[in-house]
Design a protein around this ligand. Structure first.
Ligand code: KIV
Ligand code: NA
Length: 267
C-alpha cells in the first residue's frame, strides 16, 4: 500500500471515497490496523479511558501521549499517524502548544496533531501550522470539555449551538486545519457541515454523510465494555474471546493438560 498523507485524505473527499480512521495506542494494534488498510491511525487521548481506566481523558499527560505515539509509529507503515494533544498541552500559551505539538512529531513520530475546540483555537492552530505541523480539528462533543459541557452529551440539537458549530467548522477550515473530527452531533448537522467544508470531515456519532468515520478501536472490537456509546458498532467480541481463552488456559494449567510434549524442549 502507498503511504497515506494528508493530501491523499483530501483527494479521497474529492473523489467521494470514504476515509477510514481508528485509534491505536500500541505497536501490535497499530500493525493490525495498518495491515488492514485504514487511512489514518489516531493515537487518541481516549487512552485515558481504554488503557488507563479513568472516567475521562483529562489526566493524560504529554509524556504518556509521546510514549504511546512512539509505540504506534513502530507498527504503522502506510497509515497517516495523528497524535492527540492532551488536555492542558495547548491551553496555556502558543509557545507551549507549538512545543507540545512538536514533541508528538519529534519524540512520538506522528505526522500531524489533533486538538479540540472551535474559533477560540484559531490562533493556536495558526501557531502550530507555522511550525509546519499539520493540524486536525475536533468539534462537537469534545471530551476534554466534559466538565464544561456537563457530561458526554450530543451537541448541536439546539439551533443556536448548531449555528455555533457551523461557524467553528468554517473558522477552523479558514485557519488551515487539514481535516475535522465531528463528534456526537445530529446527522443532519453533520451533513450540513460536511457540505460546507472543502476539507474532509471525519465523523464519530455524526451519521453517514461525513467524508469518513473514526471509532475507538477498543469499542469496535468489543474490548472495552465499561460504557458503549450509541454510535459504536461492535465488529467483534474480542473481550469475550479473550476471557474464554484465558479461562481455558487456567483450566488446562490447573488440570495439567497444558503444556504438552510438543510445547516442551528435549534435553
Ligand atoms: O481520543 C480519541 O479517541 C478521539 C476520537 C474519538 C476522535 O479523539
Ligand atoms: Na481525543
Amino acid at each position: 500500500d502507498r503511504k497515506k498523507t494528508i493530501r491523499s485524505l483530501q483527494e479521497k473527499k474529492g473523489n467521494k471515497e470514504k476515509i477510514t480512521m481508528l485509534t491505536a495506542y500500541d505497536y501490535t494494534m497499530a500493525s493490525i490496523l495498518d495491515q488492514a488498510g485504514v487511512d489514518a491511525i489516531l493515537v487518541g487521548d481516549s487512552l485515558g479511558m481504554v488503557v488507563q481506566g479513568k472516567d475521562t481523558t483529562l489526566e493524560v499527560s504529554m509524556d504518556q501521549m509521546a510514549y504511546h505515539c512512539r509505540c504506534v509509529a513502530a507498527g504503522a507503515r502506510s497509515a497517516l499517524l495523528v497524535g492527540d494533544l492532551p488536555f492542558l498541552s495547548y491551553h496555556i500559551s502558543l509557545e507551549e502548544g507549538i512545543r507540545n505539538a512538536g514533541r508528538l512529531v519529534q519524540e512520538g513520530g506522528v505526522h500531524c496533531v489533533k486538538l479540540e475546540g472551535g474559533r477560540e483555537m484559531v490562533p493556536m492552530v495558526e501557531a502550530i501550522l507555522r511550525a509546519q505541523i499539520p493540524v486536525m480539528g475536533h468539534i462537537g462533543l469534545t471530551p476534554q470539555s466534559v466538565n464544561a459541557l456537563g457530561g458526554f452529551k450530543v451537541q448541536g440539537r439546539e439551533a443556536e449551538r448548531a449555528k455555533a458549530l457551523v461557524e467553528d467548522a468554517l473558522a477552523l477550515e479558514a485557519a488551515g486545519v487539514f481535516a475535522l473530527v465531528l463528534e456526537a452531533v445530529p446527522a443532519s448537522l453533520a451533513r450540513e457541515i460536511t457540505g460546507k467544508l472543502e476539507i474532509p470531515v471525519i465523523g464519530i456519532g455524526a451519521g453517514k454523510d461525513c467524508d469518513g468515520q473514526v471509532l475507538v478501536v477498543h469499542d469496535m472490537l468489543g474490548l472495552y465494555a465499561d460504557h458503549t456509546p450509541k454510535f459504536v458498532k461492535r465488529y467483534a467480541e474480542l473481550g469475550e474471546a479473550a476471557r474464554n481463552a484465558v479461562q481455558s488456559y487456567v483450566r488446562e494449567v490447573s488440570s495439567g493438560a497444558f503444556p504438552e510434549e510438543r510445547h516442551s524442549f528435549k534435553g
